[in-house]
Design a protein around this ligand. Structure first.
Ligand SMILES: Cc1c2[nH]c(c1CCC(=O)O)Cc1[nH]c(c(CCC(=O)O)c1C)Cc1[nH]c(c(CCC(=O)O)c1C)Cc1[nH]c(c(C)c1CCC(=O)O)C2
Length: 470
């Protein structure tokens, strides 16, 4: 009988518990306790249903290219719920000179697949368009000069496309995905496929053209029709009830000859393995007494997010441009980080003819709004949206959520730090580090890691798609 503690009941901890429960049903001899400090499971995944509005308080989807969330949804019997974003009408805007300007069609992050699509773009100057065209011709030079060491996303993008592309779309895209500062984020950690493309082809445009030739395009995002919360609910339903402890904050963990001890206000228990799936700040302070050298490797900046969703019964009274939403470049005078036009991004999120908009605040604005009440936060969001989109009617539904320090920043050198962290962690028999601080920030990454770690504990080696080490 193996005793396993899971610390944290967000998506990573739940996916670990789900996988262990599955292994237990298949005969593995396991005793599992999932400790969750708060009174609800799911972490930052939460779907609110208000009338026919389906309102995501955290992630609204996963990136389709990463298969592990869809695989899990299908295993949970949610295959019929899996729903692509409406990519026929996909458009993302950037706020430049107080106006929303569309990013050209067919971009992969800041890289165009089709240079012709740049022609009509009003977003870029002639100089920036020229820089894009020239990148193809500079393939040899770019390949020869590709550095071995890590560098910031800013340095990488500037080398390929110049400053204007970095400022106008590089920085806002990175803050809409990683919530962070392009001059600090590690290109190897957050844009690994582009780094590999540079090494092989030099030119990113040439690499994408080679990769995408003849490949059927899928939608960028995938979600569940009834919301991301369903994924959490279905996982919970498969986990034995007596494995789960809510309002059970872990106060300490220790490691010795007898294995692991985990302490809460209710007492101390012994375990053979600890799956640490708490936010990295919490994980760091719990593990510091176990191994003081791990703590500095886990100390990371993290960005906070405040999400405000507004539902309106009549979309005609609140027109927005066609597309998924907009991103705000750093340094703009808007407090917003981004906004999503939810009813245009996905089907079935609103009552017939309704409108749903989600506004995001990050960085300094989020830190300030952390301390404000819901009404005040919603008022700021309405004002900031109105400055960009025009006057807002009175919303029928308003939801405000705060996610302090929810998105760790993978700074330059992150992969090297993670190697050192893994080396230290591997000495502590039975420890796995899970969550968004280590090997990817997306929901699919967290699910993949958690399931791989759970299988390793049980000694099983069925593989997950694309996970080579199993
Ligand atoms: C502000 C913000 C958003 N989303 C996110 C933030 C950061 C702040 C935070 O949560 O703390 C976070 C985010 N966004 C995305 C991820 C997953 C990344 C991954 O799986 O690797 C994560 C973790 C995908 C995405 N998010 C976005 C892209 C780029 C999409 C494109 O190329 O058009 C990706 C891959 C862009 C984005 N992102 C957002 C908006 C409003 C938009 C544009 C319009 C829309 O689609 O709703 C919201």
């Amino acid at each position: 009988m193996k005793r396993v503690a899971i610390v944290g009941g967000g998506v990573a901890g739940l996916a670990a518990a789900y996988e262990l429960a599955r292994q237990a049903r298949n005969g593995a001899s396991l005793q599992v306790v999932l400790f969750e400090a708060s009174t609800r499971l799911g972490g930052i995944i939460e779907t609110v249903h208000e009338g026919e509005f389906v309102i995501e308080c955290g992630p609204d989807a996963w990136v389709t290219e990463k298969p592990w969330a869809r695989e899990l949804a299908e295993e949970l019997g949610l295959g019929a719920e899996v729903m692509p974003s409406n990519d026929a009408t996909r458009k993302t805007y950037v706020l430049v000179d107080k106006k929303l300007q569309a990013m050209p069609d067919g971009m992969r992050m800041m890289v165009p697949v089709d240079l012709d699509s740049l022609g009509a773009s009003e977003l870029f100057s002639a100089g920036a368009k020229l820089a894009y065209h020239e990148e193809l011709g500079r393939a040899e030079e770019l390949r020869a000069e590709a550095p071995d060491e890590d560098e910031s996303v800013a340095e990488f993008v500037r080398r390929h496309f110049g400053q204007e592309v970095l400022t106008k779309i590089g920085a806002p895209l990175l803050s809409g995905v990683f919530g962070g500062d392009v001059t600090k984020l590690s290109v190897q950690a957050v844009m690994a496929p582009f780094v590999a493309m540079e090494r092989e082809h030099g030119s990113l445009i040439a690499a994408l053209q080679a990769r995408d030739a003849g490949v059927k395009k899928h939608s960028v995002f995938t979600t569940l029709r009834s919301g991301m919360g369903t994924l959490v609910d279905r996982m919970i339903a498969t986990i034995p009830e007596d494995w789960i402890r809510l309002a059970a904050e872990v106060r300490f963990v220790s490691y010795g000859d007898e294995g692991w001890l985990v302490g809460t206000a209710r007492g101390v228990e012994r375990f053979d393995a600890v799956m640490m799936a708490a936010p990295i700040d919490v994980a760091c302070s719990l593990l510091e007494p176990v191994d003081a050298e791990m703590a500095p490797l886990m100390a990371m900046e993290a960005s906070s997010a405040v999400v405000v969703a507004f539902g309106f019964p009549d979309a005609a009274k609140f027109p927005v441009p066609p597309g998924f939403g907009f991103l705000v470049p750093p340094g703009s005078d808007s407090l917003l980080l981004a906004a999503t036009f939810v009813d245009q991004k996905f089907e079935d999120r609103v009552p017939q003819g309704g409108r749903l908009v989600r506004a995001f605040f990050g960085c300094k604005a989020a830190e300030r709004l952390m301390r404000c009440g819901n009404d005040e936060t919603a008022a700021v969001a309405r004002m900031e949206l109105a400055r960009i989109l025009g006057p807002l009617p009175e919303p029928q539904v308003t939801v405000v959520r705060r996610w302090p320090r929810s998105l760790p920043q993978y700074a330059v050198g992150h992969l090297e730090r993670m190697k050192r962290l893994d080396a230290r962690a591997s000495v502590l028999d039975g420890l796995s580090l899970l969550g968004n601080g280590y090997r990817g920030v997306g929901v699919p990454d967290l699910i993949r890691d958690a399931r791989v770690a759970a299988r390793r504990i049980v000694g099983k080696s069925e593989s997950l798609t694309g996970v080579a080490e199993l």
